[in-house]
Design a protein around this ligand. Structure first.
Ligand SMILES: Cc1ncc(COP(=O)(O)O)c(C=O)c1O
Length: 418
């Protein structure tokens, strides 16, 4: 029995499904999850001495790769000064300022621990501000695991073919209005029916939890206009897109002016940090200034914020983004064989279904799943680690090389050709 099999057997005896987050169980690609002992730069090291070029990158936070020396040093220095204080620190002021430099339309940041918590807080703020209960989301978009967002969701739910989670109160699910991505007529109809009851509409900057479902920016602008007309807040969920395409949010690329942004992943540089960003008029509704409650023992944890501050300081130089742009161009120029790759900035997704690359969850061909699983095993064998699900995206980092990208697409092309 391999080390991975042995560890996974022990894991299943103590952790539900053997994991701390569902997709890690490899259920949708088959086989045993690989136990990792170390990460350095673009590489992951396995418990049996394997080496993989990593394109999962902890699901997105590691835009600078694993264990970036400056980030690790900042974390070590902060840890030596104390792991947690549960009170105010300079680090939270600095991270707030760094985030606002990328969101100049806004004036306030609340720091917390996970993207799910940021979404939960943004929705509560919207409900507190408007006095309305319903929220509108899009089919196949994932916004973390808060109850109301687990209706027609993406990520692990689509990987396992569930869509809706059990355990969500019916009343909560009934307050979630779901609209298909890219369907302007359905969107207008939803606003015509529910507009005056909607506290908010939420959408991922780029839907990237159900494959990479690139939207026409005009659709997002229509959504924003309908929110304005109906008095609902427009929330751009940027847990993936924030700081991904440059030192700014996706709003800048799409010509949007959202009321609130939710951030996670990159802002923590690999440690648990998330944020809600917005104007003083909305954000000051949060306690202790306002009456919308949000709190956390670990909110603004100094060690986590050290990783976030160090990461954003490096990103602010612009150098990592210039490297990512160059890698993106190199990626486009590579021969892909019969595999269709979608790429937006440093986000890549191979599509193994028939027909053109889909832009809605309705277009996702289930035949892509077994094809992805076959290629997945070839990647693992050839030293490439991608997310273990056909519907999760891969990430490029500033420390990948052109040779790493060639390895990724070449193994896929050969395995797919069979
Ligand atoms: C767009 C989006 N929103 C929210 C979340 C939830 O973030 P977290 O996993 O940190 O709770 C995710 C996680 O992948 C995400 O991609």
């Amino acid at each position: 029995m391999s080390t991975h099999d042995d560890l996974f057997r022990r894991a299943q005896a103590v952790l539900p499904g053997g994991v701390s987050s569902p997709v890690r169980a490899f259920k949708s690609v088959g086989g045993t999850p690989r136990y990792v002992v170390r990460g350095a730069g673009a590489e992951l090291f396995g418990a049996e001495g394997e080496r993989w070029v990593d394109f999962c990158l902890a699901w997105g936070p590691l835009i600078l790769g694993h264990a970036h020396p400056e980030v690790v040093e900042a974390v070590q220095r902060a840890a030596a000064d104390g792991l947690a204080f549960g009170t105010v620190t300079l680090a939270e002021v600095q991270l707030g300022e760094r985030i606002l430099a990328a969101y100049p339309r806004h004036d306030r940041v609340r720091l917390m621990v996970s993207g799910s918590e940021a979404v939960m807080t943004a929705l509560r703020l919207a409900r507190g501000k408007t006095g309305r209960d319903k929220v509108l989301k899009f089919s196949g978009c994932y916004h973390g695991c808060a109850d109301g967002m687990l209706v027609k969701s993406g990520s692990g739910l689509v990987s396992f073919g569930i869509g809706d989670s059990a355990g969500v109160p019916k009343a909560t699910a009934a307050d979630t209005v779901v609209v298909p991505l890219g369907d302007e007529a359905a969107l207008r109809e939803a606003f015509a029916t529910y507009g005056d009851q909607l506290a908010a509409a939420i959408i991922e900057g780029v839907p990237a939890n159900n494959g990479l479902l690139v939207q026409d920016p005009a659709f997002l602008r229509t959504l924003q206009a309908l929110c304005r007309q109906s008095g609902a807040l427009f929330i751009l969920d940027e847990v993936i897109t924030g700081f991904r395409f440059g030192y700014h949010g996706f709003d800048r690329l799409a010509g949007l002016e959202p009321d609130l942004h939710t951030l996670g992943k990159i802002v923590g540089g690999g440690l648990p940090v998330a944020a809600v960003v917005g104007s003083a008029a909305v954000m000051d509704q949060l306690s202790p200034k306002g009456n919308v409650y949000q709190a956390g023992t670990m909110g603004g944890n100094p060690v986590a914020l050290a990783a976030g501050n160090a990461t954003l300081a490096i990103l602010a130089t612009g150098e990592p983004y210039r490297r990512l742009d160059a890698l993106g161009r190199a990626f486009d120029a590579l021969p892909k064989g019969g595999v269709k790759w979608q790429r937006l900035g440093p986000i890549v997704w191979p599509w193994f279904g028939d027909g053109p690359i889909p832009t809605t969850d309705a277009g996702l061909d289930p035949a892509a799943k077994p094809a992805y699983s076959r290629v997945y095993q070839a990647w693992l064998d050839a030293g490439v680690y991608m997310p273990p699900s056909a519907f999760e995206v891969g990430f490029l980092s500033a420390v990948h090389t052109e040779a790493h990208l060639a390895q990724l697409v070449d193994v896929a092309a050969r395995a797919h050709a069979g």
